[in-house]
Design a protein around this ligand. Structure first.
Ligand SMILES: O=C(O)CCC(=O)C(=O)O
Length: 275
């Protein structure tokens, strides 16, 4: 039986995203936060810059999130039963910080085609208007890909600071989630997020994205994991799942995958940014 109900699916079709979806308990979310803090303390360079990508290759805790059956049930309802994990990113906003995410459409720069994919944003901490939750422009996924300007703003958490101009906040609604809740968003929806004005960290773990096996990477190379079903298309190199934290070979895989990802994100860009 599918995990998403009819109303949620209708929301996805009409608005381009679904939220909130309960997937983890508060305790489970806290354990994941602890894993981040442990890695940051023991290996301070591991999760910064480009290293914020693909933690699921070096941490069994994050690997298990990507293969969580509740998340996959929801994802299956949208993209079908043959599912790959196409990559992950940690979006962390430290307390009282200017970091923000400009208005953008994921489809503009990720390179996954056709658009049989969905991005899963898991709240590791509560996320709300005060601490810079995502804001979504409902219905914008039904329009075309919009022009994006590369701004390279120092505080922008996106690689090139790619920005859709002239989006007014009134068009958008906040995607408020409790720790352990998930949202799913469409490749074409315009979204972004403001700074964290609270005194606590805001942490999102983003599976970016779950892709159908029929989805190719048209800008470069990615590594994938089989999450469900069968890959008869074989477009991508399959990676194995980690069984221990920071295994040497898994770290090599993460670095290789991130170097390839960087080529995708900066294809035809004027310069390389921080991430
Ligand atoms: O975490 C954020 O504030 C933005 C993340 C985002 O843009 C995305 O997941 O597509």
């Amino acid at each position: 039986m599918s995990f998403l109900n009819e109303k949620q699916l209708k929301d996805y079709d009409n608005n381009g995203f679904i939220a909130p979806i309960d997937v983890l308990s508060l305790e489970e979310a806290k354990e994941i936060k602890k894993e981040i803090e442990y890695i940051e303390k023991k290996w301070p360079d591991e999760l910064i810059g480009l290293g914020r990508n693909n933690i699921h290759y070096i941490s069994p805790v994050f690997d298990q999130v990507c293969h969580n059956s509740k998340i996959l049930d929801a994802v299956e309802t949208i993209i079908g039963k043959d599912i790959l994990v196409g990559g992950t990113t940690l979006f962390i906003k430290d307390p009282d910080n200017k970091a923000f995410v400009s208005w953008h459409q994921d489809a503009k720069y990720i390179g996954f085609e056709p658009y049989n994919w969905v991005t899963a944003w898991l709240a590791i901490t509560d996320t709300n208007e005060e601490n810079g939750c995502m804001r979504m422009w409902p219905g914008s996924h039904k329009e075309k890909i919009k022009d994006h300007q590369d701004t390279y703003d120092q505080n922008n958490l996106l690689t090139r600071g790619q920005t859709v101009q002239n989006v007014t906040i009134e068009k958008t609604i906040p995607n408020i989630l409790k720790a352990g809740q998930l949202s799913l968003h469409h490749p074409m929806i315009v979204h972004g997020s403001g700074p964290n004005k609270s005194n606590k960290r805001r942490i999102g773990f983003v599976i970016q994205s779950y892709i159908g096996t029929n989805v190719n990477q048209v800008l470069g190379k990615i590594f994938v994991q089989q999450a469900r079903g069968k890959d008869t298309f074989k477009y991508h190199e399959h990676a194995k799942r980690p069984i221990e934290l920071m295994n040497k070979n898994d770290m090599i895989l993460k670095n290789t995958a991130n170097e390839e990802l960087s080529k995708i994100f900066y294809k035809d860009a004027k310069k390389i940014g921080k991430y």
